[in-house]
Design a protein around this ligand. Structure first.
Ligand SMILES: *Cc1c(COP(=O)(O)O)cnc(C)c1O
Length: 398
């Protein structure tokens, strides 16, 4: 990760197809586009690669989550369970619909804790949204079972785990809906972009229409399409889709490189008895976009993370002190700082955030360091890096 490291001729070639005829819009203009339908082609290839019957491209991963939630009919006052360790997009998308994010503790998988998830279910719960952070996954069998038992919708956010699988199935294909991001720092990139994945025809139609103003896309004349319901504009452009197409075709190549680099560093760190690794649920295969490990305590993780930075070991994150991915520093959320008034049901539902603490999440995130695995490293770079990391950690622990 990320795909932008290997941007090159294949991406340029796909882009040139679009630039040659100038049709940057994914719908219509049939006569002008010389047969180039990049968004359509990318949707088809995503369906094949990620083993779903439908993929709907949208303008970002955040849009994908928003569209998935809307497609599932989630709205004012509905509760959606999400992990405390995620990206801000999770609660942003939920709150835009007037719904209530219920943040739930994570465990040593760095994703939703199953017991905590069960305990968070109320009569208002409509969906569970596991977020497969840093290239690995939640325990999907357990979540599917909970959702079936309580009649809840399961929405996977696999933005950070494209290319990972669970019991042979690509992440994003297991829940009722899957979301992925193709932004500039994800494993494959379109510059900006995202996709909603599903095997459910009705949810797909909802996502398709909703992401383009509610147009039903039946017939060729944009002016006469019907509007079964209100929508919005979350469309992707042909330019972005073209880049995404070239990148998707390189996904296996990227995962292979990442696995190789990940394995060298993991083996080196395994020699330090105090270092443990995140748990990958049984049957899970990571995308190897990050190597996530635990140190004995918060102080160790803080100190090691700082020393990594000082000594040039870049792209390692101690999420406990970061304000993009972990609840501890989301003051804007806790204080409900929105530009617009929230529905009263949402406000009421969110009031728990003022006082609730998440000791279990702190326990894991406080001790965790996650290091990005790059595609551009040489064998020599990886070896040097592994040595430097073990050296810094060993010195601290002595
Ligand atoms: C990146 C990301 C998103 C949002 O994707 P954008 O394309 O940047 O809007 C959502 N969820 C997770 C877990 C992400 O990492």
């Amino acid at each position: 990760m990320p795909g932008f490291e290997l941007f090159g001729d294949k991406e340029r070639q796909e882009l040139n197809d679009v630039l040659d005829n100038g049709v940057l819009m994914r719908y219509g203009f049939d006569g002008m586009r010389n047969g180039h339908w990049k968004a359509r082609a990318l949707e088809k290839e995503l369906e094949n690669k990620l083993q779903v019957t439908h993929a709907q491209l949208v303008s970002s991963g955040t849009a994908a989550v928003s569209v998935a939630l809307a497609a599932a009919g989630i709205g004012a006052g509905d509760e959606v369970i999400v992990p405390t360790f995620t990206f801000v997009a999770s609660f942003e998308a939920i709150m835009m619909l007037g719904a209530v994010p219920i943040l739930v503790d994570i465990d040593d998988t760095l994703t939703l804790d199953i017991e905590a998830t069960k305990n968070a279910i109320t009569s208002k719960t409509k969906a569970i949204m596991p977020v497969h952070m840093c290239g690995s996954m939640a325990n999907m069998d357990a979540l599917v079972e909970i959702c079936n038992a309580h009649n809840l919708i399961l929405i996977e956010d696999s933005s950070q785990a494209t290319g990972a699988t669970y019991k042979g199935k690509p992440l994003g294909s297991i829940g009722d809906l899957g979301c992925l991001s193709l932004d500039f720092v994800k494993i494959i990139t379109a510059g900006e972009g995202g996709a909603v994945l599903t095997n459910n025809e009705k949810l797909y139609r909802n996502a398709d229409y909703f992401s383009d103003h509610g147009h039903d896309h039946i017939g060729n004349d944009r002016g006469t399409e019907a509007h079964p319901f209100l929508g919005y504009n979350f469309r992707i452009s042909e330019l972005h889709a073209a880049v995404g197409l070239a990148q998707l075709r390189r996904l296996d190549e990227f995962v292979t490189i990442q696995k190789k680099n990940y394995t060298v560093i993991r083996e080196a760190l395994s020699n330090i008895p105090e270092v443990t690794f995140r748990t990958v649920p049984e049957g899970g295969k990571e995308s190897y976009s990050f190597l996530s490990f635990f140190l004995p305590d918060l102080d160790a993780a803080r100190k090691v993370s700082t020393t990594f930075k000082e000594q040039g070991v870049d792209a390692c994150f101690h999420y406990y002190d970061n304000n993009w991915h972990y609840i501890r520093k989301w003051e804007h959320l806790k204080d409900l700082k929105t530009l617009y008034p929230l529905p009263s049901e949402a406000k009421k539902g969110l009031s728990y955030l003022k006082t609730k603490t998440f000791e279990q999440s702190d326990h894991y995130i406080g001790r965790n360091i996650s290091c990005l695995i790059k595609l551009s490293w040489t064998e020599e770079d990886v070896k040097k890096r592994a040595l430097k990391m073990t050296d810094i950690i060993s010195k601290y622990l002595k």
